[in-house]
Design a protein around this ligand. Sequence first.
Ligand SMILES: O=C(O)C(=O)C[C@]1(C(=O)O)C=C[C@@H](O)C=C1
Length: 316
Amino acid sequence: MAEQDTSVVAFLGPEASYTHQAALNVFPPTTKNTNTHNDNNTPTHTLTPHPTIQSIFAAVQSGTAHHGIVPFENSTNGSVVFTLDLFADLEGKYPDILVCGETYVGVRHCLLGYRGSSSSSVEKGGDGVGGEEEGEGEGEMEGGNPFQSIKTLFSHPQAWTQCTSFLDENLAHARREDTPSTSRAAQLVAADPSGTSAALSSAMAAGVFGLDVLASNIEDRVGNTTRFLVLRKSGSSAMLPPQGMDIATPPLYKSLITFTVAHGVPGALAQCLAVFGRHGLDLTSINTRPGGGGRWEYVFFVENLLRCRELEKSQF
Ligand SMILES: O=C(O)C(=O)C[C@]1(C(=O)O)C=C[C@@H](O)C=C1
């Protein structure tokens, strides 16, 4: 990849997805007099939307993008298996992808649509769908379901399972359509002239696509958070900007290692994991995905934390 003044950052689009918000955390908008500009005062990075997580991996692998931002894990529904499978890379398409950072985004889902087609705005309190915001009562049927006119719901599959209580209570009647991202869901609703569709998406997407927030904070769990990883290509000099990272600050280092073990060898996995302990690595997560070989063979994903002084002592 030729060295350029502006680094390209690939994220799951369109604009206003949670992945876009993660990208903004790590690569914040450039302003004058910050170190995110080069000497010519041109922006040092450009955020580029991609239609799928796979296309983000492909862009980083091919060098079209210097960095990619991908969702990895959600505090409510666990690992993002689309991303794990791309890291597992069973077809050898992404041999040079490395992880060089992480960031966390609080995921506060909203129901977005057009007020008037659906009726009132509600905000979920700690004990379920409770207090009403502006727009209270507008067109609402006495004692009825304020969302009855919504026939189709769009969202990313991860969002459905983060909002099960709200959906069961208010939108069990609506048909669900999966979209590649929550912001794509909002974009589709904005383009639907019937006004009978709605999206599970973010407040930011409401602003970007000109939709009304019909209900907010509709996620099941308080503190619902998604962890995103920052990708780069091995051998690239794509450095992270010195601000905006909430990766464990030095002297803590975090690593993600992918491996397979010999199938049917007793203790093979335990022996692999013991290596991390021997070198002072604190194992923080372990995941598996089908390995593509025989049945019940797995690819393992292990994350470790390492203190700087332990890194100096460790002999690998
Ligand atoms: O759809 C989006 O907005 C995304 O950024 C993707 C994604 C995910 O894949 O987990 C990110 C955060 C939320 O957990 C829901 C969806």
